[in-house]
Design a protein around this ligand. Sequence first.
Ligand code: FAD
Length: 286
Amino acid sequence: MANTINNNPPISFEFFPTKTAEGSQKLELNALSLAKYQPEFFSVTYGAGGSTRDRTLETVLSTQKQTRIATAPHLSCVGDSREQIKELLDFYRSKGINRIVALRGDLPSGMGLDRGELRYGNELVEFIRTETGDHFHIEVAAYPEVHPQAPNMEKDLENFRRKVDAGANSAITQYFFNPDSYFYFLERTHSLGIDIPVIPGIMPITNYTRLARFSDACGAEIPRWVRKQLEAYGDDITSIKKFGEEVITQLCEKLLKGGASGLHFYTLNQAAPCQGICDNLGISAS
Ligand code: FAD
């Protein structure tokens, strides 16, 4: 069933900054392909501790220029000083960027959590508001399956609330495959009086080994039936992609039907898997 553009749910696509000229060219083509779906915004990740500071900045500006789609930098605070963060905020502001994804970030192992002047997401949001007022629309992260370092869901919800109280406008979730975890998270946040939009983060499935590695690291649970099926496909990439597209399309359908107010795709800098899912959902491309 085809939608008109006006009926499309708000969507956004996330990229990471590339290291080579070839990678940048591929990213440009993929961003142009995805721009046809009229996303609300693109976003570009940031390496904690400033490891991609310049590349994130360049990718944000070039993607926005080439696609004419608003592009939001991610900004993580661990390992960066207040001064470094302020410099970046001022730069983005001077370039007319007005949306930012504000995160704590994950330092490479071996670096203590007390590195840097701002320790948690809520402190970064507070800092951005203090320094730049209402200039930025601030997105923060949310964890329907609970952040891996949180002692329990209650504490994690309390900490999520701190980011909202500090001035976050909306949230994007860590990816998950069980829609019930998202709906339960919404219920819990609503009961706490939190009413900012919480947009599900969607991870297309294209490669089992990589997905298993990411999921272990970020605490996303791969349901047994999905894992077993992906394992059974072995090196048969075509079947993995076909099955992955079906599973994620169904997940998105359930989320949208159940009231999710948009979808944020973790593209891993590939357009095709997201295009397949958007087409299945009837999201029209111009
Ligand atoms: P926080 O909100 O600070 O939470 C981190 C942990 O600390 C949680 O367990 C929380 O319960 C606890 N906590 C929070 N506040 C307090 C407090 N005041 N006192 C005590 N405990 C507290 N990482 C990157 O490095 N670069 C990126 O570009 C990036 N993009 C992302 C985009 C999205 C949509 C998501 C969901 C994640 C992204 N990440 C990125 C990963 C993210 O940085 C990690 O998940 C990180 O571990 C937590 O970041 P946060 O902003 O959610 O942290």
